[in-house]
Design a protein around this ligand. Structure first.
Ligand SMILES: [Ca+2]
Length: 175
């Protein structure tokens, strides 16, 4: 995991892909979500969120690519997190994936071909194909926390939630 010795995790990329829904069916829309926390932030109220319609105020966490359908080649959604540039006020970042529930309840088991990867450079920090959370509608994937030496620790954290996107953003800090 931490081959980087004391350097800590500096810049990571989260990539997500999934297969489009079958022809004639409502689209499947998955979203990468990042929640940031300060030392004072309660875990149910992130300092700020980054997802398809919300940006980080300082540009350190960016959703580079988004999809509402899963169509196309390669990664459907990509988020970059420059943890080493994050203001020292922020001590924790949780990243997850949530399925939009506009067309009725969808779980990871309903979405084919879905997978998420967390990379630092070419090194894969964690990956999941969501089979362990097949009954969930959202899942946390990774947690980053600032340690005493002011660098960032990484912890894989695949945990399923039965929550819509709004509820998930209020619950994901509890991992
Ligand atoms: Ca999306």
């Amino acid at each position: 995991m931490s081959s980087s010795l004391n350097r800590g995790v500096e810049k990571v990329e989260v990539t997500l892909k999934w297969d489009p829904s079958p022809l004639g069916r409502p689209p499947h829309d998955l979203d990468i979500v990042a929640a940031t926390y300060t030392a004072d932030t309660p875990s149910d109220r992130p300092a700020y969120l980054v997802h398809f319609d919300s940006r980080s105020p300082d540009g350190t966490i960016i959703l580079e690519r988004e999809s509402r359908t899963g169509q196309g080649f390669g990664s459907d959604e990509v988020m970059t997190l420059e943890l080493d540039r994050l203001s020292s006020d922020y001590v924790r970042v949780v990243v997850g994936v949530v399925i939009q529930q506009r067309e009725g309840r969808r779980t990871f088991g309903d979405i084919s071909g879905s997978s998420v990867r967390v990379l630092e450079g070419l090194a894969e920090l964690t990956t999941s194909d969501f089979t362990e959370v097949a009954a969930a509608t959202a899942a946390t994937i990774a947690e980053f926390s600032r340690n005493e030496s002011e660098t960032w620790d990484f912890r894989p954290s695949v945990r399923g939630f039965d929550a819509d996107p709004q509820e998930f953003t209020e619950q994901m800090g509890a991992v």
